[in-house]
Design a protein around this ligand. Sequence first.
Ligand code: PSU
Ligand code: MN
Length: 304
Amino acid sequence: MIYMTFSAEAARARSSGQPLVALESTIITHGMPYPQNVAVALQVEADIRAAGATPATIAVIEGRLHIGLEGELLQTLGKMTDVAKLSRADLAPCLASGGTGATTVAATMIAAKHAGISVFATGGIGGVHRGAETTFDISADLQELAQTPVTVVSAGAKSILDIGKTLEVLETLGVPVIVPGQEVFPAFWSRRSPYAAPLRMDDAETIARAHGARKALGLPGGQLVANPIPEADEIPSEVMAPIIAAAQMEAEEQGITGKAVTPFLLDRVFKATRGKSLRANIALVRNNAVLAAQIAQALRRVST
Ligand code: PSU
Ligand code: MN
């Protein structure tokens, strides 16, 4: 038995068939420092409302799966320093043991599906880490995209990952990777990576129709939308490359493994750029929230 708690606005949207957009909580607890994390989470929720949809930030609090964090919950979560990071493997055990944790892309997709939400906005997804040929470090996010029918709007993948290998795995898993407005796959802080966009779709309507067509074909899994960061907020990849390389080296030297790798790298990069990367991160998440709200609305139009 899973105890789900909907925020009042999420419950209202659900019962009246209004478009909902899911948001993850690992980006709050492990992706950005306090207090900016809470401010950004609230801002992104406001952006979704302004764009005509209802936000639902997802987390597990004391054994309950929360779809929408109300009142002080977001603040409390954002302040916690050793909160668990829940991916696919961790979600059920955390619920069963009455624990508290933040959901990754994979776990947020599972929760969103469970709550009847088809669209989810975030910053970056997990993927194939550099050196995965020896570490085998491949995020469960990729498998989830292959199995769970949620369209995830990201800004591509950070170059803490091996973007080429990440795209190869997504192709093997049969996940549609859609880039709006350009022929090149974006690299999170920068609009361009060296890799071509597997698919290009320039409007929310088409992305929503593709989501529906996949379902109609009886195919499991979702879609990954890789939305380029707005031009004004971009950081050139030459600036980020040495910082990422240094962070990577440090992770190796300190023997960081498993689920600690991504948070470790993100933290090092934020510190090394003195907040510049945080500003870019905020801009791209807000940009993704607006596109996700448009897709959620389009989904409602194309499926009725
Ligand atoms: N990449 C980012 N920012 C993030 C994450 C990844 O650029 O905040 C978080 C997301 O929650 C993602 C998770 O689902 O890290 C992936 O972790 P792992 O690599 O351990 O699967
Ligand atoms: Mn990993």
